[in-house]
Design a protein around this ligand. Structure first.
Ligand SMILES: [Zn+2]
Length: 235
């Protein structure tokens, strides 16, 4: 039985420390890219500032709710899967304890222990806390994965909103003729900062991560600007 993220110990280590920060950076990234693209797209079609800000505010509210709902559903279903897996292990330990111990031994053997050592390790860990050993070594779960769906929903909705406020502020404060460049520049600067922060949180190379978010942010704004202009000309 395997789960989507059966990870090695070192990987888990990063997830423990950076899980929430990574989620926050992703939410913020989404907030900036989607709302700034929306604003640039509407502005390219040529309406006045009030209409641009209404579109941005609607996009902000819709996006934040969608992020929160998506996060809630994904974290809940993930923890449902984990709970069901753990319940199955608990039942299997009651029904077929010998088979479970052999299973544990074969896991340790596949990780490089000799059959004798693997059997000994399986025996001693089973005697100490059989369920914990199966949850950890067979399912690859640790306590830290027990994320709270409401907390995750709130965090991603909030980071989305805070980040989306950047292009909103740029659109509200820039001179009327400079709304698009102001939104584009403030978006790219914020994305670069977020990319570096996200890479730092995940222990990944910073330059590549930053270039990646900059590319996709610029592409999103360019495409929606093109669409906005098309409709603006057509109308
Ligand atoms: Zn098992």
């Amino acid at each position: 039985m395997t789960l989507p993220y059966q990870s090695a110990h070192e990987e888990l280590h990063y997830l423990d420390r950076a899980g929430w920060l990574r989620a926050a950076v992703l939410g913020a990234n989404d907030g900036i890219v989607s709302v700034s693209s929306l604003i640039v797209g509407v502005a390219a079609a040529g309406p006045d500032r009030a209409a641009i800000l209404i579109a941005g505010a609607a996009g902000l509210a819709a996006g934040a709710m969608s992020m929160a709902a998506g996060e809630y559903v994904s974290v809940s279903s993930q923890s449902d899967v984990e709970r069901a897996d753990i319940a199955r292990e608990r039942q299997a330990l009651i029904d077929t304890p010998e088979a479970e111990e052999r299973e544990l031994a074969s896991i340790y053997e596949s990780r490089g222990l000799s059959p004798q050592t693997a059997a000994l390790v399986a025996r001693e860990l089973t005697a100490r806390d059989a369920l914990a050993a199966h949850v950890r070594d067979e399912l690859g779960l640790s306590e830290v994965h027990a994320a709270n769906p409401l907390q995750a929903a709130f965090a991603s909705g909030l980071t989305f909103t805070v980040a989306a406020a950047v292009p909103m502020a740029a659109a509200a404060l820039a001179p009327a003729a400079q709304i698009i460049p102001a939104v584009v520049v403030s978006t790219l600067v914020s994305l670069a900062g977020l990319g570096a922060l996200g890479a730092h949180a995940g222990g990944a190379p910073k330059l590549r991560a930053t270039a990646r978010v900059l590319f996709w942010g610029a592409a999103a704004m360019a495409i929606t600007a093109g669409v906005g202009r098309m409709f603006g000309v057509a109308v």
